[in-house]
Design a binder for this molecule. Structure first.
Ligand SMILES: Nc1ncnc2c1ncn2[C@@H]1O[C@H](COP(=O)(O)OP(=O)(O)OP(=O)(O)O)[C@@H](O)[C@H]1O
Ligand SMILES: [Mg+2]
Length: 411
């Protein structure tokens, strides 16, 4: 494939310009044939772009199983959730491939709406109904169920499956918890579970739950604070999104370089160094190019690339870059746990090699039980990597670049 021009960005990008990730897309496609999926990963790994591309490809290539991406980041309550789903579904319906009638939704709506409210005729992009009426405040479960049931009853090819990608679903729940809507969170999780069970039988709908806050974080909080005992996602697989392949990372650099950059040293050597320095993490590749533009007049040399990494790791004004690794811990874990996490990360960041569990236990000031359980969490959250050698467990930062940053800025 020939590289195409893309400007370095750390925000959204046109879906047809999103680079690579085809192997990941096929993996996820295979998973969704069998069931639902949870993808939780630290921020800025490329989850959203990957899933947007996934949805785009399934539709563009007219695959038997298609997916729709929903952004739930700003959804502030349960009725808004149904409306957000309806809004996006209506857009896809307009594109012709999604053949859904919304009969259950309309029936429920007509039954409960006040008589003076007229059903709008809708436009191609706007749904005919909105459940944001006071009448639906207590009926949100029925509204959401109707919406999902309508989807399940859509006209579909024989064994076609529709995947609903709920991006930032755990984050949305977390915001609800912070806004004292815990009861809604619990009821929504229960509703989803029963819906998924009944729909699974019909084999027509799957979910991909994605977000930078792990679903585990939300569930653990509910368990410890609200005695929540259900396992709403115990039947879903989890998927770990890794850094880009060498091929994808190289291609991304080639595309970015077309935005007015000049190679002073050998092009392939420079690209290799950029990818190696940031371990093929696409966000940090974009960041490197941004710095090369602002600090080196878009001149790419081996020395400028090294300087860019230095700036990336030490610039205290650009909080968005790494600071999230730290703030995320304080925001989502109780202090008793976050203190242990920070202690372990501080310790591991100044080690040159992977450390054995016993060494870690000796070096931090917490009980073995606490440390062991937190080590598990840090691995699940992708901060750390665990290897087993001669029956001993060893831990180190998963990405060297995060370790360097932690050592320079936190430890
Ligand atoms: N496939 C890709 N092609 C080009 N750039 C990418 C790709 N994946 C990630 N990036 C870069 O990384 C940035 C973050 O990607 P994205 O928003 O998908 O991450 P995320 O994991 O969803 O982050 P968050 O947890 O903050 O929502 C993008 O703005 C872009 O700079
Ligand atoms: Mg995202």
């Amino acid at each position: 494939m020939t590289p195409y021009k893309i400007p370095p960005t750390t925000g959204p990008m046109p879906v047809d310009k999103i680079v690579g990730r085809l192997n990941e897309i096929e993996d996820i496609y295979q998973h969704t044939m069998a069931g639902s999926l949870v993808i939780s990963m630290i921020r800025r790994m490329g989850k959203t772009l990957l899933l947007q591309k996934f949805a785009y490809i399934t539709v563009k290539e007219n695959r038997p199983n298609k997916a729709i991406w929903f952004d739930l980041m700003k959804v502030s309550d349960v009725t808004e959730l149904t409306d957000t789903l309806l809004m996006e579904l209506t857009k896809h319906k307009k594109h012709g491939w999604l053949k859904v009638q919304f009969n259950w939704c309309k029936e429920l709506y007509n039954k409960l709406k006040p008589p003076e409210v007229k059903v709008s005729t809708g436009t191609s992009y706007l749904p005919e109904i909105s459940f944001k009426l006071p009448e639906f405040k207590t009926e949100w479960k029925k509204a959401l169920t109707a919406c999902i049931e309508d989807l399940a009853e859509r006209k579909a090819e024989n064994d076609e499956v529709l995947t609903l990608i709920l991006d930032e679903f755990p984050y949305m729940l977390w915001q609800w918890i912070l806004n004292k809507k815990v009861q809604n969170v619990i009821e929504l999780l229960n509703l989803f579970r029963s819906l998924r069970m009944s729909l699974q039988e019909k084999e027509k709908i799957r979910f991909i739950i994605c977000g930078s806050v792990g679903l585990d974080v939300v569930l653990n909080h509910l368990r410890s604070e609200y005695k929540y005992t259900a396992e709403p996602f115990n039947d879903t697989k989890s998927y770990v999104l890794e850094a880009m392949s060498d091929t994808d990372a190289t291609f991304l650099c080639e595309c970015l370089a077309l935005s007015g950059y000049t190679f002073v040293d050998d092009k392939m050597l420079c690209i290799e160094l950029i990818c190696k320095q940031v371990e093929n993490l696409p966000f940090y590749i974009n960041k490197t190019f941004e710095i090369l533009r602002s600090s080196s007049q878009s001149q790419i040399s081996l020395q400028n690339i090294k300087n860019a990494l230095n700036e990336l790791l030490t610039n205290v004004n650009d909080d968005d870059v790494f600071e999230q690794l730290d703030t995320r811990i304080a925001s989502y874990y109780p202090k008793t746990e976050s203190d242990i996490m920070l202690g372990i990360l501080d310790y591991l960041s100044i080690q040159t090699i992977a450390k054995e569990e016993d060494d870690i236990l000796r070096s931090v000031d917490f009980t073995p039980k606490e440390v062991k359980s937190i080590l598990r969490v840090l691995c699940k959250d992708q901060y750390l990597n665990r290897t087993i050698n001669e029956e001993k467990r060893y831990y180190q930062f998963k990405y060297e670049i995060f370790k360097k940053w932690w050592k320079l800025n936190k430890a």
